[in-house]
Design a protein around this ligand. Structure first.
Ligand code: ADP
Ligand code: MG
Length: 696
């Protein structure tokens, strides 16, 4: 199984083995991501042109693409350099002109001999009162016109490609389809009325009308499904391999957890309780946990994560929580500290900033098991960091790891359970694509009593009013954030820099009241600025988006976002989530520069309408598409050729449950259907999956 099945060789041959494709054309194809005949199969037409024959161009409203049979009349040579050659033609009702620039004289004579009949197809326009067709798409002898499809597929192009070249190459690729047994669940195929794979490929390339181009057209849906299914089989294989890997059974008596909960002024929400139970059950099983804790800002992930860490401690082991940045690690430390105190366990932090004797002492305590829970940055994964008995790693991910990196982290071999936290709500289809190898606990409910954040859109022209409002609020003892888009003035991007805004606001509110934090500050200054704000010494914190994630200052109840239109939806949602965490009524003021673009206005409107992170995420997906929402390169999300995660969202869930069910029944893919799925994995270039089967 570790070599490609021979029946797929023709599809993985060089592209120039296809009719009409030479070296140059192959280069042009590479521009649109087509390197092998296989890629062409999954490069589907995005639209189509109606080529049904008409009696006359008079039958359609011009300008339009028309197909008519004509009698060729006289050729009128170019009257001057740069002027076109014209050929008079007459259809059943009227005469019009064909127009050619730079035509080689005798090529035209051969294509369009005067007095003969031809079927021509192309766009007809009225120019100076005369109907003309410039450079027809097709010029055919009447007897060959049958080959012209009534609905001609239109493919994506790059320079150097024409529709005709692509169509011909596609036809060539279509002759190379292997005999493939059905790999999809037959019940699903029957229920959806999907064609078999080979049929689906052929039909997707031969649409009869625009209905056949819709994502819901059976052939297209089937091919999208195959693509998603292959991806999900890969993730499911990774998942089952991880779960088979030696895990630890971590079961506690619940004493530490009970003590912590008793010390809290609130009870867990139902969603938190559910997530805690799911995690405890997972940690108590022999399979290694690989679980995602997904919850919007403020949904209370910290408590859930801490309870999971306590399971590890109750079981006699240790836990670690890793954050992507120093600031976030310190925030985690601050929010975990009271919980750890309630539980009576020792909590420490380790970052790149720990040095010398102190660091050595921490490492020794960790190795001896005297530290129960460690919080830190990537530094905690360095080789010299040794745990006495690490049972759980909590990774606060914030989209910084993709599927591949996570798999690597898991493969590094500590048998610890893994819990990944993400605060960014993402639509279900994307979540399944990105985290399909994991089990998911969802915090889809917020702690009670949160007051909605009042959100207002204010034009930059009214910035003085905003400052006056802030002055009153700060005098009332409230705290506020002021978010600026960029750190330094850039001549090309007209965005206000945090430093300049900081200086201006310091003049307005006085020395010592205003703090500044941005990504380019030295770490110590950053921490000091954060600490001053958390402690309430500074009342207004001017910041770049470094405060976007994780930062928690309950007394801060005003969020000003400058140039709000320049941020993405998800980012704005995250920023706004920084307020509304305390008892006070909170406000988010979105300053925008008018005039707003359509999409800028739509984004800000959505934020005004809702605080539901999942709804915002769906809107984001609808507006931007999957790659942009996740940042394809970082997310490890594959680039799907056929599947459209936005419009075929439902298919992803089906693909995941189908893939998991298949592997549960046939873990090594050895049944007849399992064998068929192997072919699919090869076809879809799921190399990782193939390696996993080979070792499995
Ligand atoms: P997240 O990390 O998901 O953004 P946090 O864990 O920081 O959210 O929780 C936000 C705030 O809500 C914290 O102040 C926390 O103490 C509080 N909180 C958490 N769970 C509950 C609950 N069940 N009821 C009331 N408040 C809660
Ligand atoms: Mg948090």
């Amino acid at each position: 199984m570790s070599t490609r099945p021979p029946e797929l060789f023709p599809l993985f041959a060089a592209l120039d083995t296809l009719p009409g494709v030479g070296e140059k054309t192959a280069h042009a194809f590479a521009q649109i991501g087509v390197e092998r005949p296989r890629d062409l199969l999954f490069t589907l037409p995005h639209s189509g042109i109606d080529r049904r024959p008409r009696r006359s161009i008079r039958e359609v409203v011009l300008p339009a693409t028309v197909t008519v049979e004509v009698e060729v009349g006289g050729h009128l040579p170019a009257r001057a350099k740069g002027k076109p050659t014209r050929v008079m033609v007459r259809d059943a009702e009227t005469e019009f002109q064909l127009v050619f620039f730079h035509a080689k004289g005798d090529w035209l004579e051969k294509q369009l001999p005067t007095g003969q009949r031809r079927v021509i197809s192309g766009r007809v326009e009225i120019f100076d009162g005369v109907a003309q067709m410039a450079h027809p798409d097709h010029i055919l002898r009447p007897e060959d016109a049958r080959d012209l499809p009534a609905f001609e597929p239109v493919y994506p192009l790059s320079s150097g490609l024409t529709q005709r070249v692509v169509a011909r190459a596609v036809q060539g690729a279509l002759t190379r389809l292997p005999q493939a047994a059905e790999w999809a669940d037959p019940a699903l195929v029957a229920r959806e009325g999907w064609p078999a794979w080979a049929d689906a490929v052929a039909r997707a390339h031969a649409p009869h009308g625009s209905d056949d181009l819709a994502p819901t057209a059976p052939a297209r849906a089937r091919l999208a499904y195959d693509e998603l299914f292959a991806h999900q089989v890969t993730l499911a294989l990774a998942r089952s391999q991880l779960r088979r890997a030696k895990g630890r059974v971590s079961r506690g008596d619940g004493a530490l957890r009970a003590r912590t909960l008793a010390a809290l002024p609130f009870a867990p929400t139902a969603a938190q309780a559910r997530a805690m139970a799911e995690i405890a059950a997972d940690m108590g099983s022999a399979a290694r946990m690989n679980r995602l804790l997904q919850g919007d800002v403020g949904s209370g992930k910290t408590l859930v994560a801490f309870m999971a860490l306590l399971v590890a401690v109750e079981a006699g082991g240790q836990g670690v929580m890793m954050a992507p940045t120093e600031i976030l690690a310190r925030q985690h430390l601050d929010s975990l500290a009271p919980l750890a105190q309630a539980a009576g366990v020792r909590l420490e932090i380790l970052t790149g900033r720990d040095k010398g004797a102190e660091r050595a002492a921490k490492l020794a305590d960790l190795a001896a098991g005297r530290i129960a829970i460690l919080v830190g940055t990537h530094a905690v994964f360095q080789r010299e960091v040794e745990f006495a008995d690490l049972r759980l790693a909590v990774v606060d991910e914030q989209h910084r790891f993709g599927v591949a990196q996570r798999m690597e982290l898991g493969a590094k071999g500590r048998a610890a359970d893994m819990l990944v936290m993400t605060a960014t709500p993402i639509p279900r289809s994307l979540s399944l694509a990105q985290y399909g190898d994991m089990d998911v606990s969802l915090l889809d409910e917020k702690p009670p009593g949160r007051k909605p954040v009042k959100t207002a859109l204010i034009s930059t022209g009214r910035i003085d009013e905003v400052v006056a409002h802030l002055r009153r609020a700060l005098a009332d003892g409230r705290q506020a954030y002021w978010v600026c888009p960029l750190v330094e003035d850039s001549e090309t991007v007209d965005l206000t820099s945090a430093e300049e805004r900081f200086r201006a606001l310091r003049v307005a509110f006085g020395e010592g009241v205003v703090g500044l934090v941005h990504g380019q500050l030295p770490a110590a200054e950053k921490d000091a600025a954060m600490a001053a704000f958390v402690a309430g010494r500074t009342r207004l914190l001017v910041a770049t988006t470094v405060i976007e994630v994780g930062v928690n200052v309950p007394n801060a109840s005003i969020m000003v976002i400058e140039r709000a239109e320049s941020f993405g939806l998800a980012q704005l949602h995250q920023l706004r989530g920084r307020v509304g965490r305390g008892a006070a009524e909170s406000t988010c003021l979105m300053l925008y520069q008018s005039p707003l673009t359509g999409s800028g206005e739509r984004r800000l409107q959505i934020l005004r309408e809702t605080e539901d992170g999942f709804r915002i995420a769906e809107e984001d997906l609808a507006m931007r598409g999957a790659g942009d929402v996740l940042g394809t390169a970082q997310s490890g999300l594959p680039r799907f050729r056929v599947a459209d995660l936005e419009r075929q969202a439902g298919l992803m869930a089906v693909a995941q449950s189908d893939a998991r069910a298949l592997l549960a029944a046939d873990p090594a893919l050895e049944s007849p259907r399992g064998r068929a799925v192997r072919l699919l994995l090869w076809l879809m270039e799921q190399d990782r999956a193939i390696r996993l089967i080979s070792v499995g």
